[in-house]
Design a protein around this ligand. Structure first.
Ligand code: ADP
Ligand code: ASP
Ligand code: MG
Length: 426
């Protein structure tokens, strides 16, 4: 017997027929004698629809009321799944975020999990009842509903798995694992049996949306065993216990796995892209100490995450251009803030461009292999793709390019690093 948390994403619960299939997968785990908690997302497209309602109602919406609206999608699927399980003869009940409760820090629309009271949940699971929990939602210190940022149901699932000390947290989605890149872009992407927490964290943070970044850092911190696998399977498919998907493992586990197999570690594990970036250029910024601080301090205070930064040597002595990227959703705010401080900073003009994308290559092997960045620049140059900005970390190289060239760049790099599978995925 094991204690398992299962999470199903939007496409897996996209309608009552899909919810029935999910209920079958859940029932099989419960019937095998396991204690089961299920975390569900809103039906595919539902959260976007709810976000649009908020924008229509009030473009400058209050995040606390936004949370009231957008958290409702998950509540519907949780109730429907509990009903479907009951119709199949299973004991099941839903637990809303405030009922458990899932306590969060109160940053509305982007809340972080503080703690989860799992006592009642564990007793109910021990009594053989399947717990169905809407993902994405929690409750703030002052008792209001919060949501955990887009893709946040992954984090709900991992947090609940940590709280109930689950043996495994299975993240069911519409692909059967973590691939070397988005399999919807590269048909020759390869499924990976194991990926380390560190690599998954970096991949998620640069745009591989298969797992929310926070869910990976939480899993790493709390040692939760996370498996990514598909809910789109036939009855005869291998059960989740045989690990048919991708298991996220520690560095030590990965070393042991590699030692016991003849597989060599790739320098690059994965390639990700992110089209939600926007580029900002401030021209003719005075080249003096403190000038860049004046640009980035107010952005930081406003909670705007600046990613890539380049400071060009000025065309005229004493002046320089400063280029950086921010999330597209923050561009208007960043622009307004900087215009406001124009005289203080002393720049000449702001130029912005949302038609950019960030493409990143990630791999632990980079720590010990030189030349990864050079391979990237050469492969892109050979296809005439211009690099507008670069950033690196110990296990990642990212470039900013024209958005229209994203798919081409991902394909070219996938081939350049020898990641293409013999036969196309799927
Ligand atoms: P869910 O609704 O189940 O949470 P998401 O849409 O958030 O699913 O994440 C799954 C999607 O992530 C896949 O459909 C795939 O297009 C995308 N994806 C991006 N990068 C990868 C990758 N490296 N491996 C697998 N899927 C990826
Ligand atoms: N429904 C939310 C979203 O679409 C949360 C999730 O699915 O993880 O972002
Ligand atoms: Mg998701």
């Amino acid at each position: 017997m094991a204690r398992i948390v299962m999470k199903f994403g939007g496409t897996s619960v996209a309608g009552t027929e899909r919810i029935r299939r999910v209920a079958n997968i859940v029932r099989a785990q419960a019937a095998a004698g396991n204690e089961v908690a299920v975390v569900v997302s809103a039906m595919a497209g539902e959260t976007d629809r709810l976000v649009n309602f908020c924008r229509e109602a009030n473009p400058l919406y209050d995040p606390a009321e936004y949370d009231v609206v957008v958290s409702s999608g998950e509540q519907v699927t949780a109730g429907l799944l509990a009903l479907t399980l009951q119709a199949m003869g299973c004991k099941a009940r839903s637990w809303l975020g405030w009922q458990l409760p899932v306590n969060t820090f109160s940053a509305h629309a982007n809340a972080r999990v503080d703690s989860i009271d799992a006592e009642k949940l564990i007793s109910s699971m021990q009594a053989g009842e399947i717990a169905v929990i809407p993902g994405f939602q929690g409750v703030s210190e002052d008792g209001r509903i919060t949501t955990m940022g887009r893709g946040g149901s992954d984090t709900s699932a991992v947090a609940i798995a940590a709280a109930v000390k689950a043996d495994r947290c299975d993240i069911y989605t519409d692909v059967d694992g973590v691939y070397t890149t988005d399999p919807r872009i590269v048909a020759r992407a390869r499924k990976q049996k194991y990926v380390t927490y560190e690599e998954m964290l970096e991949l998620a943070s640069v745009g591989a949306k298969v797992l929310q970044t926070r869910s990976v850092s939480l899993a790493m911190k709390r040692g939760v065993r996370v498996q990514v696998l598909s809910s789109f399977v036939d009855d005869g498919a291998p059960p989740a216990d045989t690990l048919p998907g991708t298991m996220i493992v520690s560095e030590e586990e990965m070393d042991a796995i590699l030692e016991n197999s003849d597989v060599e570690r790739q320098t690059v594990t994965g390639i990700a892209h992110d089209k939600n970036e926007a580029r900002v250029v401030l021209t003719r910024v005075p080249d003096r100490p403190g000038a860049v601080a004046e640009i980035f301090l107010p952005l930081g205070e406003a909670g705007i995450n600046v990613d890539m930064i380049i400071q060009n040597v000025g065309r005229d002595k004493g002046e320089t251009d400063v280029t950086f990227t921010v999330p597209q959703s923050d561009l208007a705010r960043a622009q307004a803030l900087l215009e406001d401080k124009k005289d203080k900073i002393g720049f000449n003009r702001i130029i912005t461009d949302s038609k950019v994308a960030k493409v990143s290559v990630v791999g632990m092997g980079m720590k010990s292999h030189a030349g990864v960045a050079a391979t990237m620049f050469k492969a892109l140059a050979d296809r005439g793709i211009n690099v507008q900005a670069i950033s690196t970390s110990e296990i990642k190289v990212s470039v900013l390019i024209d958005e229209d060239e994203t798919e081409l760049a991902v394909r070219v790099l996938h081939t350049a690093y020898g990641l293409d599978a013999e036969a196309p995925a799927g």
